[in-house]
Design a protein around this ligand. Structure first.
Ligand code: HT7
Ligand code: ZN
Length: 876
């Protein structure tokens, strides 16, 4: 496949001002008539040929300005429709294509999900519906007429406002016409047709516009759509208040479908969701699901301004909408819930998904410079690191200049397809700062390490902090330059933060030091006692911190730091350090026992005094870094079994230290009354269930009994699933019995059974591979549904010890599935292949076996571009 480069960007030679689509839905033979109004782009090449994109299309008819076009005037293949000598002025084309939605297993373009017709057009799926200029800088006004059999599709939805509906006389068919007045790129087009139930609510925007909100779901599931609708109303109000953004159509529809390649899609006025991120009731959704639904509903809604009103000039600018919109949804959740707890959760995700991507062969900049398959660039780097870059920008220029910069961006770029340069220019203007150096965050891949050390001169009352930064090489970028690192810090004394006094230019005030060079020394004056430095407060930059504080100093930070993030981080650092040392083969386990003692005592004391004040935070404190986090920290020649053994032994020892506290605390944390999904209740359950997991490790028999008891008594899925997950840590007949009981209790609930599949796929035992193979035959599993594949096979691929089995069977199993799945759904297959992204950090035996499995994939004939690209880059 050709490499597409950012530097080769050229404006389109042609523009399409309006599109009139007439789509007659049929399970196998859907007819699409597209009337498109073309105009030469004044910024393009005059007299250029017209080439419209296609993908697996069959052309049925073609007219120019209403007259059938002679076959000699154009060429057509399933991939392109070319008119070599188009008229040198405005003209229309009427293009008729026929598509088979039932045969569309790629879930891109028009497809059917459980009989519902739906579309997914980002990034380049519209070309699977009709021939088009399928690029985000071609923006058009759409009018869409949909027609279908009434019985099959009583609901017909598209973008924009509904302008007409009617029956087709003498037939069983009906139609609906939708008009979207906002010009948009083709990737935001959507339609839905099917038998769907809905819940609805009226909404009036801050600027007085009336909007009808609705959430559409499979028949019988409207009772599970309320939380999504409630979240929608809350995030609309929030966007008005925090960003001054109002909604801009008469209707806003959300539709849940059960077959979807990603989480959701922000199509203008018609968001289409993976039903996993819509459906919620206490029996079938966990606290985590409620939080994820709230966040993703908000994310897609926020795209209406950051993505739709202002879209991307080209796909290299993907972070322009995705990084910014993730930042916006994170802020929304922080305001709705607990800011520190949300930050901790987001940093955990960033480290586990993005830092690992940055450390491996698939590393790329937030704005990549080249790609073969854009669908492989919807990554944690573009999304999560992209959001971190926005967060740093806000820290660097301050809240007021950030808001003014956003206002300027909305005003200046509204209705355009923009670039990162245009975005940054708004903040340079609002802040008066030169952001040229800051912009390096978009160009340079890799996670910087900040190395810090401090010296205290008691006589002079001076504290000097030496800071250095370096970024390891990544594919295609051997040499790295310093980036701009905002470091929020405090100097913590016996009674809390000491005042910060310095004449350094690097000090921006308000506890912010900016490290923008390779090294920096900063001296604070009038420091009246030897301080403990608290660096990177709130995780102020997406970087690693290498600061050698003794455990005693970290324990002091845990009890005295005013920054909640660093309180959490201090104990994590103690655990990481001990696990990294103990996780190396042949290491001495004595040190780990000492750490277990220190951490156990710290947790125990903390739980006795503070836990009930903020259980959600306490749950985060108790949750150790995962074995995969430790493997990443070790970074080379990793033996996953040794890492896992160290992790298990530390967790069990901590569990033992807490046993005395446990029954009383669990009783005190029990929630009363019916289930409520609010953050405070969820926090109590989170801590209570964290303790259950530790109990299962420390005292398996008693732990198993507690799991059974909790499973039987629970009135909600959160507690039942936690019981199942804790029980998976205890091998034996009681575990198998609970697994069976769970399956019986939730038969007919695919989304709940996904959790059941995943819990089993994550069991860290050598029998798991056989179990997973067996589960592939279970009626709850299907290779055709992305959620099922992600739960069972994706779960297995995330199982550190079993995916990375020493005999290579885990790699062989997953790579065989990738190859099989590639024939039906390349996007899901290539994401699964991404599980190999950390193969180079393994010890030589596993490294060789992983490489062989990747090689087998790479050599398979007729691979999709998606899978071939990942295999090639992973092996390079
Ligand atoms: N913007 C959406 C991305 C998306 C997507 C991309 C490729 C293939 C299928 C897809 N479904 C959704 C989702 C978002 O970031 O909001
Ligand atoms: Zn998005």
């Amino acid at each position: 496949a050709p490499l597409i480069r950012l530097e080769d960007y050229r404006p389109s030679d042609w523009l399409i001002d309006t599109v009139d689509l007439d789509i007659s839905l049929h399970p196998q033979k859907t007819r699409v008539r597209a009337l498109i109004a073309l105009r030469p782009n004044p910024e393009g090449q005059p007299g250029a040929p017209l080439t419209l994109d296609g993908d697996e299309l069959a052309l049925k008819a073609l007219s120019l300005d209403g007259k059938p076009l002679d076959a000699s005037a154009f060429t057509v293949t399933p991939q392109a429709l070319t008119i070599p000598a188009p008229p040198p002025h405005d003209f229309t084309l009427t293009i008729e294509t026929e598509v088979d939605p039932s045969a569309n297993t790629k879930l891109m373009g028009l497809y059917r999900s459980s009989k519902v017709y739906c579309t997914q057009c980002e990034a380049d799926g519209f070309r699977r519906i009709t021939y088009f200029l399928d690029r985000p800088d071609v923006m058009s006004v759409y009018t869409v007429r949909l027609e279908a059999a009434k019985a099959e599709a009583p609901v017909l939805l598209s973008n924009g406002n509904l302008v007409a509906t009617g029956e087709m006389p003498g037939s069983d068919r009906h139609f609906a016409v939708w008009h979207d007045p906002h010009p948009k790129p083709a990737y935001l087009f959507a339609l839905v047709g099917g038998a769907l139930d809905h819940v609805r609510q009226d909404y009036v925007t801050a600027d007085g516009q009336k909007v009808e909100l609705a959430v559409y779901v499979e028949p019988g599931k409207a009772g599970r759509a309320g939380w999504a609708l409630d979240s929608l109303v809350r995030c609309m109000r929030w966007d008005e208040k925090v960003f001054g953004r109002n909604y801009d159509l008469d209707v806003f529809n959300v539709v849940a479908v059960s077959d979807f390649n990603m989480g959701a899609m922000e199509n203008k006025g018609l968001n289409i969701f993976n039903d996993k991120y819509v459906l919620a009731d206490p029996q079938t959704a966990t606290d985590g699901d409620y939080a994820a639904i709230e966040a993703i509903i908000a994310h897609e809604y926020f795209h209406n301004w950051t993505g739709n009103r202002i879209t991307c000039r080209d796909w290299f600018q993907l972070c322009l909408k995705e990084g910014l919109t993730v930042f916006r949804d994170q802020e929304f959740s922080s305001d709705e819930r607990s800011r520190p707890v949300k930050r901790i959760a987001d940093v955990r995700t960033l480290r586990s998904t993005q830092f690992s991507e940055d450390a491996g062969p698939l590393a790329h900049p937030v704005r990549p410079r080249a790609y073969k398959e854009i669908n492989n660039f919807y990554t944690p780097t573009v999304y999560e690191k992209g959001a971190e870059v926005i967060r740093m920008l806000k820290v660097m220029i301050g809240d007021d200049a950030f808001r003014r910069g956003m206002d300027l961006y909305f005003e200046r770029c509204d209705g355009t397809a923009a670039t990162i340069e245009e975005f940054l220019a708004c903040f340079a203007e609002s802040s008066g700062q030169d952001l040229a150096h800051f912009a390096r965050w978009y160009e340079q891949a890799g996670t910087p390490t900040i190395t810090a050390s401090g010296r205290y001169d008691a006589a002079a009352k001076r504290y000097t902090l030496d800071l250095k930064q370096s970024t390891p090489p990544t594919p295609g970028q051997a040499e790295k330059l310093p980036v701009v690192l905002p470091i929020r810090l405090g100097l913590v004394g016996a009674l809390g933060d000491l005042p910060l006094q310095t004449s350094s230019n690097a000090y921006a005030g308000d506890g912010l030091v900016v490290l923008d060079d390779a090294a920096l020394s900063i001296t604070f004056e009038e420091v009246t006692e030897a301080p403990t430095p608290s660096l990177m407060r709130g995780f102020s930059a997406p970087a690693r911190l290498d600061l050698d504080l003794p455990d005693a100093a970290l324990l002091r930070l845990f009890s005295t730091d005013s920054d909640a993030f660093n309180r959490w981080q201090s104990l994590q650092t103690i655990a990481v350090r001990a696990l990294v040392a103990a996780g190396k083969p042949g290491s001495n386990q004595q040190a780990l026992a000492a750490t277990a003692g220190a951490l156990g005592a710290a947790f125990d004391g903390f739980l006795k005094t503070d836990a009930l004040a903020d259980p959600a935070f306490a749950a985060q404190v108790l949750r150790l870094p995962s074995p995969a986090d430790i493997a990443r920290e070790i970074g080379r020649d990793v033996d996953p079994d040794a890492v896992f053994a160290a992790h298990r032994s530390l967790s069990a020892a901590i569990g033992e230290a807490l046993l005395g506290n446990l029954p009383g605390l669990r009783a005190a944390l029990a929630t009363t009354g019916p289930y409520r999904p609010d953050a405070a209740s969820a926090g109590r359950r989170a801590l209570r269930n964290e303790l259950l997991g530790l109990a299962a490790l420390a005292e398996p028999a008693e732990g198993a009994r507690l799991c059974e008891e909790q499973f039987a008594a629970a009135d909600n899925l959160t507690d039942r699933l936690a019981a199942l997950a804790a029980m998976t840590l205890v091998p034996g007949a009681r575990r198998e019995a609970l697994i069976d009981r769970f399956a019986e209790a939730y038969a007919g609930e695919p989304l709940v059974l996904d959790k059941w599949l995943m819990a089993q796929a994550l069991i860290p035992e050598s029998e798991t591979l056989e179990r997973v193979k067996r589960l592939m035959q279970h009626p709850a599993f299907s290779l055709g549904n992305p959620n099922r594949v992600r739960a069972l096979i994706g779960g297995f691929a995330a199982n550190l010890t079993q995916f990375n089995r020493a005999d290579g069977e885990g790699y062989g199993f997953v790579s065989d599935i990738v190859i099989a799945l590639d024939r039906s759904n390349p996007q899901v297959a290539s994401r699964l292949l991404g599980s190999f992204k950390s193969w180079r950090m393994l010890e030589p035996g596993r490294r060789r076996l992983a490489q062989e499995a990747l090689g087998t994939v790479a050599r398979t004939p007729n691979l999709s571009r998606d899978v071939a690209d990942i295999a090639e880059r992973a092996l390079a």
